[in-house]
Structures are given as structure tokens and as C-alpha cells.
Ligand binder design. Sequence first.
Ligand code: FES
Ligand SMILES: [Fe+2]
Length: 454
Amino acid sequence: MTTIPRGSTSAQDATTLATEYTRGTWEHAVAHRRPGYSLEAPFYTDPDYYQKDLEAVFQKTWIFAASVAEIPEPGDYITLDVGRASVIIIRDDDEQVRAHHNVCRHRGARLLTDTTGSVGNIVCGYHQWTYSPEGDLIHAGVQAPDFNPACFSLLSVHVKVIAGLIFLCLAKDAPDDIDDVADRISPYIAPHALERTKVAFQEDLVEHANWKLVMENNRECYHCEAGHPELTCTFFPTYGYKVEEIPKRLLPAHDRYLAAEQLLSVNADRNGLLTEAIEELSGRPTGFRIQREALDGAGESYTKDGASASKRLLGSFDTPVLGRLSLHVQPNTWFHFLGDHVVTFTLVPLGVDRTLVRTTWLVHEDAVEGVDYDLPTLTEVWHMTNAQDAELCARAQVGISSPAYLPGPYAPHEYQVEEFVTWYIERLREHAGIEAAPAASTLAAPAGTEEAAP
Ligand code: FES
Ligand SMILES: [Fe+2]
């Protein structure tokens, strides 16, 4: 049966669309995504759609792996599993950051099985083929006379270090717009001197939600007022609102924000810090947003009263009142850079409805635990906020899994969620060569629910 999409003017229009993409298929859903609305359920619940996400997004775009503070010395490594791929990120003997596929060139065994560690060389546990941190095969036992070790180096993965943040790309041809992103965000981040930080604490949280729900949740603060009592001690709940849209009850917070922004502006200028927002969340492979904004309370850090959590300031800052430099890079990361510490977030999809969120707190390399900082004060706000977000995302996942779920409209102050979803659909369309359906046809409601469409 041919369904005439709502908004079509003739049966001819409907026939053309039905011929291109069959209703109920992934291609149809990608072509007909309705702007301004949350995605249809299969994007969050269908394992086949999830596989497409891995192919079109996580194997194609730049993803955040770790900061340089996680591999400070030559031989230090982490491993990161993305779908069926596993990557070794290692600091080589010249202190360069390298990324290799975690697959032995002999008969394919997984090389490093720990998530973090330190090695002199990379030794396969099967037959002991041995690779340098640079990925060269340096020992393979007795081989045929014509065996050439140079032909069996580890397969490398694209890696890009941006002001101490390590990104990798699994694609053969990595999107080259990462260079533009690096040029534009490095001046914001560099003053925080990540190369002179250390890991104070790291926490892994498995959220029971599709990875996109975790990212969408991060792109709005609509839920913050009710959902994040600790975070909103310092994070202004007016985030995302245009001034004229701010609800009356939030006007006192907005007044405090304006005053705090004035002080931040003075302090930022004096410390040579950029504050202006750059927002390019869609329309490019590496969607990102960066901005420095004031914090409430003492304005120094993410603590209950806004005071610094570490006495050792980062870089060469002359004041802790520097607000938060917030960076978001699609598909899998966001960051907050404060005067006294940095929080990095790495998201890794584990399945259609499971997502790893790794949170890492960095402090100055010379800061001493128990003297300059204590972990409960440093980590409390984001530890609690993460747990609250995990609960909210899991709640969204089970609701979307119900047969009663229908895509719902984003509010104006959720515009960054719309931008993220737009970027996501762009990636799928580019991957599969799918054209967007004419605008009118995206108004079609799911079969059997026509009366629910506005
Ligand atoms: S599979 Fe690695 S040495 Fe044989
Ligand atoms: Fe949240």
C-alpha cells in the first residue's frame, strides 16, 4: 500500500518518494527525519540502526580518546574499544602520541588487553611478536629468509593532539576539518596547560541509554533546574535561553550571570583568555562548540560554593575567577576547563542501549592530594551530576522503547539538541548517499498516528 505523506500535493509525489525509499526502512527514516523533533524510536532502540551509527559516525569521524595527562611517560598507553575495533594510544620514545590498531600482524591476536598500563615494547601474548611503541615489528622469532619485518608494522590509526586533547579517527581518510577545529580551539585551551596536569581521579559510568540520548542530554540545560541541585550551585540554569525567553523565576539568576560575566571579562582579558562563543555543531564533519562563561557563587570552580577545589591554579593564571571554558565536540565528548582543574568526558557506545561515560579530573601536576585538593570536594559536583544524568537518560531510553513513543518537539532553548541531531543525520546521509526528502514529506506522521501530527 502506498501512503501519501502529509503535505504532498499529488499521488505522483508520493509514488516518487515510495519508490526511492521504502517506508519502515533505515533509509526512509534517514531521508525523512523531521526537523525540530526528536528522532524516531529505532534510532535509539534498533540494533541494526546502532550498527549504522558505528559505521557512519564512530568509524568515520574524529573521536576523543584521552588527554595527554593519561599517558605522561614514554611507553604509557591506554586502549579504547570502539565497536569491534580496539586502538592502542601510546606515547613513544620521542614522547610523540601514536595510535595503532590493537591487532597483531602475525595471526591477529589482541595485543594489549588492559585498558591502561605502561610497556617498553608491545609484545603479543600469543607467539611473542614484539613491536616498538612506534609500531615497528622488532622481533618475530625465526621466519622464512624472505620475511621482511617492515611489511608487518602495526596498522596505524589517525591521531591528532589538540592542546593536550588526543583525538583519533578510524577512517582511512579522516575528515580534514579537524585542522580548522584545532586552529580555532587551541588558543582557548592552551592557557590551561594540559601538558602540565595529572589525573587526580577517573570514573567510568555505564549508562543504560543509547549514546545519542547521552549527547542530547548534554546539549541542553532544560533539565538542570529540577535535575541537578549540585551543578546549579554554579552553573547558571539560564544556559541556552535567549534573553527574551528567560522565565521570570530565573531573572535573578540572569542578573547574577550578567554581573559575573563583567568580572570574568576583566579577568579573562588580563590573563589573555578568549571567551567568545564559536558554535558550529552541524554542517561539518567535526561539529563543535566552545565558549568561556561565568560561574555562579564564587565563580572559580565546580564546587558547592563555587570556590576553587585545588589551590594550585593551572597554567600561569593570576586568579581562579575564570569561569568555565566549555568545549563540546561531536560525536563523543565535552569538557570543562576551570582555573584550578579540568574535567574531560569520553563517551563510548557499548551497545544500542548502553554507553560508557568516562569522566577524568585533571589538576596541576604539582598539586598534592590532601594538601592542595581533596577528592570528595574536587569530584562531588560532576560525580552527582553524572549519576543524575544517567538516571534521566535511562528514563528516556525506557520511555522511547514503549510502543506509545512518538517524536516530540524541541523547545527553543534546546536548539543545540536539534543541532546535534541535524549533524548526526548529516553523517548518516553522507555515509549512505541519501538525499533529504522534500521538507513537506517530513511532516508525515508514523503510520497509524496521523492524528497525532500537528
Ligand atoms: S598472533 Fe601475535 S604473535 Fe602470533
Ligand atoms: Fe544534565
